[in-house]
Write a protein that binds this ligand. Sequence first.
Ligand code: ZN
Ligand code: ZN
Ligand code: FE
Length: 754
Amino acid sequence: MSRERARLHGVVQGVGFRPFAYREARRRELAGWVRNRGGAVELEVEGPRPLLDDFFDALSKCPAPAQVERIERAAIAETAERGFSIQHSTAAAPEAALPADLAPCADCERELRDPHDRRFAHPFASCALCGPRFSIVLGLPYDRERTTMAGFALCPECRREYEDPLDRRYHAEPIACPRCGPQLSLLAPSGGDLGLAARALQLAAQALRQGEIVALRGLGGFQLLVDAQSDAAVQRLRERKQREQKPLAVLFPDLASVREHCELSSAEEAVLTSAARPIVLGRRRPTSELATSVAPGLSELGVFLPSTPLLGLLLAELGFPVVCTSGNLSGEPLCVDTAEALERLGAIADVFLVHDRPIARPLDDSVVRVGPFGLESIRRARGYAPLAVARFRARESVLALGAYQKCTVALGFGERLLLSQHLADLDTARGLRLLERTVDDLLGFCRVTPDLVACDLHPDYPSSTLAERLAERFGSRLVRVQHHHAHIAAVLAEHDLDEPVLGLAWDGTGLGDDRTIWGGEALWVSGAEARRLGHLGVFPLLGGDRASREPRRAALGLLWATDRARARAFARERFGEASGALLLQALERGINTPPTSSLGRLFDAVAALLGVRDSCSYEGQAAVELEALAEREPEAPAYELLLSAAPPYVAALEPLTRQICGDLEHGVDRARIAARFQASLVELGVALAGRVETASVVLGGGCFQNRYLRRRLSARLSALGRRVLTANQVPTNDGGIALGQAWVASRTASEPRD
Ligand code: ZN
Ligand code: ZN
Ligand code: FE
């Protein structure tokens, strides 16, 4: 006989791991106990040596969603203990290994459809393997009393299941049934009651069938639903939400119905049906009869499947797909509480389908693509947060606050580097308040006081001023991280790589070390150090930030930098005589025309030159449409590029612009010009990698949301024998900036201090 004490790390809490260990021990007639400790599972086990090895082998192969990453084993003295038991949690320092919210498992799905089961059609059914987690948890260790379910007293039947180690609801913290769980109700925008429970669900379905807009209080906040087959209904939602053209996601009743509208690879289907249930951007079938206003001008469609019993029941009742979009006003955080939703969404929704389970924190739906080189996260929230995205390797803990758009918070402590859920842009007071609340939430949750606080180099971002205040409050050191350095570092963090790399940070805009606006950068990055080796040619950004909403301004700036005669003609043509003259004057005198090397703005400029669009109704629209246009010419060759032979490697804009304008004048198809432009950027990446021979090349920044750039450049560089790293679990856009900031800041600590 021998006895061992072990600590198991990974996703082991809130996923039925203790009962699993209990059953495996009982099966082998081993003695001992198991308990949660902090974010890990601790156990002692006693029995014949080979059986112990066999037991640990079984534990390491535990069923999903549990996942054992590491087992520490140590032999200890035998005690001749009899039997195996599950012990209660102790509140030692948690490591926050809490799982994300999980879609209903197969067993729960079966019960939901079984009229003889006591949870038949219960919108809040869950078990130890599925259900809400991060959206209900208020603290660690993860026990019912520290969730928003604490106020729901268990009925005798639920209590029996909860306490039986052999029941699949043993210590399933969100356990509930129709008798003791949360309740649904349907409200009018005035707040008046329209129906309860099953009746509420039926009335909501009826409203959707009639083309009305339903605000639904889901897992992590409100969502707005409307019939996706009705153009009139979708248009009405767009008008009321003031969301003119930005694509809307569509929620389907089941996989078969998704397939009718979308061409999906098996990898895409696997992600679509995974427990995280993100929105997957897939190829829309030309035969799809969804309303054209769902995603105007795009070949892609954002599709997803119900992530909760409530959504599953509603969609099953409907039998047709619905548009399902965040319940907020444009650019603001998600509405979470019913009173707040009635006030803010009262003018948008016709009815409100709500429940009385408090929501611990807002969680949007996650958005991903599935590419040939893995997941391409676009928005990371429900189903993924708060899973650790990286290994943390510094002694000092770090809090990082991100940039301005798509704000997230990162926290590095112990062994984990966490990235919060997507929050909001910071141009509203609500967005900033949510950022502040999330900092408190995360620090409280993990019980960390940060040694370092990191933020963007831009002093005027609200996240930067908040970082200053927090650094003062905690007595922490403040570290300002250059935006594009952070983009590259986010990828290094995710892939746990710590060697000097060439980083191509192709992005919208961010403040550079030289106080100009960067965004088409080639950086040499080694830990806390980043050197600018090269960049796109510079052109004036006419009107500063305004240029990103009005691509024709970027185009005029580009022409001004490359061909004055063409610039004058373009100004007259696209802005009219008077406004054109004023803008030319501004350029002449350098008034509000900061120089930029941004690739995002170059995309805008080219889109405007091609007449794709002059102004945008959402961020990045021109670039997205240029990409869609280029899809028609996948084999178009690159334009000739001029890249300087010695550092700094500057890609000249003049020859590129001349060739594009020449093609336009010769009546070359715009799709071909768009494709040739993108092909040129791939060649630029290859040329830069040829000049800087690091083993690994890192691609980071918002422009790598462009599938063509990301996938073609990855393939080309890999073929040349380079290791190519991109953001996968973490968004390549500014949603990943906080992670990169935390990684860079943690590297400043190990350097000698003066
Ligand atoms: Zn379940
Ligand atoms: Zn019950
Ligand atoms: Fe950026």
